[in-house]
Design a binder for this molecule. Structure first.
Ligand SMILES: [Zn+2]
Length: 158
């Protein structure tokens, strides 16, 4: 039976892995990037030439700011796509690969990571973040395999 400290660390590790897998919602990021790219395109290639084509209007500064706004929108779209690419990077996974096979499913899919549990002390928010247990958690990556162990290197009492 795992101790309460080990349970805490395993829970934290599973939470970390989940949030990393979800990462950013790739589809949402790409949609936002598409919106920015569309806005940039409209500003630079549609609105700006349209205003420019109106004769006898002193709108030089307006078309310049449209160009700048369009370029900024394009830059944001590019950054979002770069960020999405990084988030979807298969190497950005939780933990480091561990040698050996999983005792539950027999596959070479164990990964481990140092985990430190930080928690607010109940009833004493002024005390700040309580130092929780720290340890090394090993999780199995096989879908459906619930193998998880924790080795506590500092228990919560210390
Ligand atoms: Zn397994």
């Amino acid at each position: 039976m795992p101790t309460p400290d080990e349970d805490l660390l395993i829970e934290d590790a599973i939470g970390q892995r989940k949030s990393q897998k979800r990462g950013y919602n790739l589809f949402a990021i790409l949609s936002v990037a598409a919106v920015f790219a569309a806005v940039g395109w409209l500003l630079v290639f549609w609105l700006r030439p349209m205003i420019k084509s109106i004769p006898f209007l002193p709108l030089g500064s307006v078309t310049t700011s449209l160009l700048v706004g369009g370029v900024i929108a394009f830059a944001i779209a590019g950054l979002l796509i770069a960020g999405a690419y990084f988030a979807a990077n298969p190497w950005a996974r939780w933990g480091d690969a561990v040698s050996g096979t999983c005792p539950l499913c027999g596959k070479r899919s164990l990964r481990q990571e140092k985990v430190e549990h930080a928690a607010w002390q109940e009833g004493h928010p002024e005390a700040g973040i309580k130092k929780g247990p720290r340890g090394i958690v090993t999780l199995c990556e096989t879908p459906g395999c619930g193998y998880a162990t924790a080795k506590v290197t500092r228990s919560s009492g210390e």
